[in-house]
Design a protein around this ligand. Structure first.
Ligand code: PLP
Length: 392
């Protein structure tokens, strides 16, 4: 398998080989914590990294390795590292660059725990972060200081679907010699490959679209080989946030259908966004596929499709948003995203309840904001479900 093969072919084949011993076509789950050696000399050579070999699953495992190789191929990166969760990927990837005294420039609209890690955890280690007051590249540039060691962002962002110019930001980062890190969870590599636009490192919650079925936690970091090797040794291995072989296998299997699920989910999301946009009980719809979305032009340029995440503001505020949640029958009231099932969450009463109201509203999370993750059910049924939930 090489990079000239198309995405769909690599989604199925990259990183996986037929077992030379048994002929097993599917990658086996190497559910073993440890690996044995032929001799003391062989063991010493592998521990001394003079020879490649598996020794202990926290240091590496063939099933996990297959997932890492597949993701390096799909993101077009030199190397990848799998972790126990998306947050393990984000925290490890940031700690791989940032030391005491360093500064991070970060987007204002981020997944809540990533925001919290940058805002409250980094200061414990003597580092700090500044959040850019807009999605504009020039405002990112204005926040850079002499000690800025990293720029961090998401596009589309969680939960307000803000779009940031990957290439424009990469040019600024490159000119200043600062690594640029992006969370590609919302789009997945089926819709955009940030490394090709000049982003240095991509992180993922593999729990979402990559797995796709809501049954395994995982994270992925893709980037330059020396950085990934150092991260593997110094952070993930020693802090211990490794993925289990079984979860790696579930995610590996999920990725086989990533392009098919994404195509179906994006098509349904476009129709649902249009339906919501025309609904009298809906104040505003955040979906980059709508021509009125401020990032529509950029999304058209840098994404293959507009994604399957939508957020919208129900007229009537906080209680109206919660009522829609209570009335849906097919959408599950659940926090995650990217699953085959459609999910709904009222941000102000759940994911953002700890964020002060003014701060929450400043980043677009208004009282009535409801976020949808569109699954693979029949789109007509999903529209009917929202219609009856918004009625009355
Ligand atoms: C955009 C984004 N990044 C990262 C994460 C964290 O992933 P995990 O829950 O796998 O740690 C999430 C979780 O919802 C997310 O939405």
């Amino acid at each position: 398998m090489n990079s000239s093969h198309q995405f769909a072919t690599r989604a199925v084949h990259a990183g996986e080989t037929i077992c030379g011993v048994t002929g097993a076509l599917d990658t086996p789950i190497y559910q073993s914590t440890t690996f044995a050696f032929e001799s003391a000399d062989e063991m010493a050579a592998i521990f001394g990294e003079e020879k490649f070999g598996y020794m202990y699953t926290r240091y590496g495992n063939p099933t996990i390795r297959a997932l890492e190789s597949k993701m390096a191929s799909l993101e077009g990166g030199e190397a990848a590292l799998a972790t126990a969760s998306g947050m393990a990927a984000i925290s490890s990837a940031i700690l791989g660059y940032v030391r005491a005294g360093d500064h991070v420039v970060a987007a204002r609209s981020l997944y809540g725990a990533a925001y919290d890690f940058l805002n409250r955890k980094l200061p414990r280690y003597g580092a700090s972060a500044a959040f850019v007051p807009s999605a504009r590249v020039e405002d990112f540039e204005k926040c850079i200081r002499p000690n800025t060691r990293l720029i961090y962002f998401e596009t589309p962002s969680n939960p307000v679907l803000e779009i940031i110019d990957m290439q424009g930001l990469a040019e600024v980062a490159r000119a200043r010699g600062i690594p640029l890190m992006m969370d590609n969870t919302f789009a997945s590599p089926a819709l955009q490959q940030p490394l090709a636009s000049g982003v240095t490192v991509v992180v993922h919650s593999a729990t979402k679209y990559l797995c796709g079925h809501g049954d395994a936690m995982g994270g992925i970091i893709v980037g330059p080989k020396p950085y990934i090797a150092d991260l593997s040794r110094e952070i993930v291995r020693d802090f211990g946030g490794v993925i289990s072989p079984f979860n790696a296998w579930l995610i590996l299997r999920g990725i086989h259908t990533l392009h098919l699920r994404m195509a179906a989910q994006c098509a349904s999301a476009s129709r649902i966004a249009e339906f919501l946009n025309a609904h009298p009980r809906v104040e505003r719809v955040n979906y980059p596929g709508l021509p009125g979305h401020p990032g529509h032009g950029l999304a058209r340029k840098q994404m293959k499709a507009f994604g399957a995440m939508i957020s919208f503001e129900v007229r009537g505020g906080y209680e109206a948003g919660k009522k829609v949640m209570d009335r849906v029958k097919i959408f599950a009231r659940a926090a995650s995203l990217g699953d085959t099932r459609s999910l709904i969450v009222h941000s102000a009463s759940t994911s953002h309840r700890a964020v002060p109201r003014e701060q929450r509203i400043a980043v677009g999370v208004s009282d009535g904001l409801v976020r949808l993750s569109i699954g693979v059910e029949a789109v007509e049924d999903l529209i009917d479900d929202l219609d009856q939930a918004l009625a009355s």
